[in-house]
Design a binder for this molecule. Structure first.
Ligand SMILES: Cc1cc2nc3c(=O)[nH]c(=O)nc-3n(C[C@H](O)[C@H](O)[C@H](O)COP(=O)(O)OP(=O)(O)OC[C@H]3O[C@@H](n4cnc5c(N)ncnc54)[C@H](O)[C@@H]3O)c2cc1C
Length: 313
């Protein structure tokens, strides 16, 4: 039987490719080493949202809107139905610092034409009473919705099978031999490079390596050929490193908490603010609360905000 395209992996991406290719008359063969939805797709929160990382690269913004709209446009084709749950999503902040961090997210969603709202902690809890009382603010994005990810994969694949597509389970692809499309890196000031990195940071915004469709390349972090873990001691504070686990690269932490309401364990001794185990913040009026392991009756009594089994945790 003729196959035009082989798809490796039966997650949401593989099954969506199968669906949209088959819709255009392409004969697909999907190879899955295990079973449908056994990867990330089977563990996802499955919130379908118009993007809003706060720094989505420009070429991805219209793509994000388009892919969101695709769900709604194709809803009637999905068999089985996807168990849509509509109602929006909340992005919660636990303190002022997090509120600042999620703000660009809000700006970006609004820029994409969504009427999202910024709520204070009280408004957020009125909206969702199960939210922790230490949530200080939240963004409400009314455009988000939830689907059943297993049903989504099944629905995509069913449609492709109806168009003559095929699937084989228990087949693991071991190798793909590709042509010579490569990117070569060079620098006149580094004649003999031993490592390279490209745009490696959280939500990098200034990427300029794009493919023929204008889509940005993924960040690359390679310290030395074959090594991709951050290296403590390379004079760069990489994602995944911080002052606590890599002071050489990220700076030596202070010996005590210097701010007692920022939710940050500045001195890296295992407890932030009022929960500092050496009592750095005990003199603060805001820390008039019970320390870890003290007997408590509800969350409000504990510095850690958690009263479990009658003890502050
Ligand atoms: C906890 C969690 C929450 C998330 N929440 C959200 C969310 O709310 N919204 C959202 O949009 N995204 C969310 N994501 C991300 C989203 O789930 C993933 O981006 C998405 O599922 C990736 O789909 P995929 O098809 O690329 O990969 P996968 O679902 O991992 O599928 C890959 C498939 O390929 C198969 N495979 C791999 N190698 C081979 C091989 N060599 N041969 C044959 N088969 C192979 C695997 O068995 C697997 O089935 C979340 C992810 C997680 C883990």
């Amino acid at each position: 039987m003729q196959t035009d395209v082989i798809i490796i992996g039966g997650g949401v991406i593989g099954t969506a490719c199968a669906y949209f290719l088959a819709e255009r008359g392409v004969k697909v063969l999907m190879l899955e080493r295990n079973h449908l939805g056994c990867g990330a797709t089977g563990s996802t929160a499955a919130i379908i949202s118009i993007s809003g990382s706060g720094s989505t690269p420009a070429p991805l913004l219209p793509l994000s809107l388009e892919s969101y709209q695709l769900f709604l446009d194709h809803e009637q084709n999905f068999d089985p139905p996807l168990e849509f749950i509509r109602g929006g999503a909340l992005y919660a902040a636990f303190d002022e610092q997090e509120a600042i961090t999620i703000r660009p997210f809000y700006d970006e969603i609004r820029q994409m034409g969504i009427d999202c709202r910024m709520l204070d902690g009280k408004q957020a809890r009125e909206f969702e009473p199960l939210l922790a009382h230490r949530v200080t603010s939240a963004i409400y994005n009314p455009a988000s919705f939830h689907v059943n990810p297993f049903r989504l994969g099944e629905a995509y694949l069913n449609a492709a099978l109806r168009q003559g597509g095929r699937v084989e389970y228990g087949v693991e692809v071991k190798d793909i031999v590709v042509g010579s499309d490569t990117v070569e890196l060079s620098s006149p000031s580094v004649p003999d490079p031993v490592s390279a990195r490209y745009a490696f940071s959280t939500n990098p915004a200034a990427n300029n390596l794009v493919n023929s469709e204008g889509l940005p390349a993924s960040p690359i972090r390679e310290v030395a050929p074959g090594v991709s873990e951050p290296v403590c001691g390379d004079a760069t504070c990489d994602p995944g490193e911080d002052r606590c686990d890599c002071p050489t690269d990220c700076g030596t932490p202070p010996s005590t908490e210097t701010v007692c309401d920022d939710g940050v364990d500045e001195d890296c001794d295992g407890g932030a603010d009022c929960s500092d185990p050496t009592g750095d913040c005990d003199a603060e009026p805001a820390c008039d609360c019970l320390p870890k392991r003290a007997i408590c009756s509800d969350d409000t009594e504990c510095c850690s905000s958690k009263c479990r089994g009658g003890k502050c945790r």
